[in-house]
Write a protein that binds this ligand. Structure first.
Ligand code: SAM
Length: 202
């Protein structure tokens, strides 16, 4: 399904200001419930040994990294527009300073919809995953453009399309602990779908 929202109407600098402002106001939030749920889903698709290299995109604070460690996936690193934790690098999801194929898992929970250019950010997720690696993604859908939500990806198939991989698992339901509809997806890269791929500009 095509993306259901047009590209952002604000400039990039204003976009960053909005994202930072929102994120810093929520800096103490622990997304435990949804994170533990998605790690459980991920564990069906990712071996524990050797320990997978895990990247959390838009992790905001260290809680996601803690939850991965507690679930037996130590060493996860994060990126966000700001950092108060040595495990989190200040990096824009549109231009990640990682080599191609650096990670076995990219976890992106309520982050991809915050992209300025969702195809570019999705392409970056696909690029930094090794062939055969998986993206584990949750995004709100059928949402209003508010609170820094820039995009409504609409459905799991669109998540797979912007990342440029194959949908291995998906679910549409309610966000755990909140009254918001979400799409969840496990997307495996390296088995590209003909004619589909991330990385283009939106
Ligand atoms: C709604 S929070 C999600 C936090 C956490 N993943 C969770 O599930 O609660 C979205 C995060 O994405 C970050 N973010 C927004 N735009 C970004 C960008 N271009 N690059 C990296 N991080 C970004 C924000 O700063 C914020 O911390």
């Amino acid at each position: 399904m095509p993306l259901t929202q047009p590209p952002p109407e604000i400039g990039y600098d204003e976009y960053v200001r909005v994202q930072m402002d929102r994120s810093l106001r929520m800096r103490g939030h622990d997304p435990r419930e949804r994170c533990e749920y998605l790690i459980g889903v991920m564990s069906r698709f990712v071996a524990k040994e050797p320990p997978p290299r895990v990247l959390c995109v838009g992790c905001r604070n260290g809680y996601e990294l803690d939850h991965f460690a507690a679930a037996g996936y130590p060493g996860a690193v994060g990126i966000d527009l700001h950092s108060a934790d040595p495990r989190i690098r200040v990096m824009d999801m549109h231009e990640m300073r990682f080599e191609d194929g650096s990670f076995d898992v990219v976890y992106s929970c309520h982050s991809l919809e915050h992209a300025y250019d969702v195809r570019k950010a999705g392409g970056e997720i696909g690029r930094v995953l090794r062939p055969g690696g998986v993206a584990v993604v949750e995004v709100p859908i059928a949402c209003e453009r508010r609170k820094g939500d820039m995009w409504d990806l609409g459905d799991p198939e669109t998540i797979a399309e912007v990342i440029g991989g194959r949908l291995e698992w998906s679910e549409v339901g309610m966000q755990l602990g909140a009254n918001q509809r979400v799409a969840r997806a496990v997307v495996r890269v390296g088995a590209r779908i003909a004619g589909v791929g991330g990385g283009g500009s939106s």
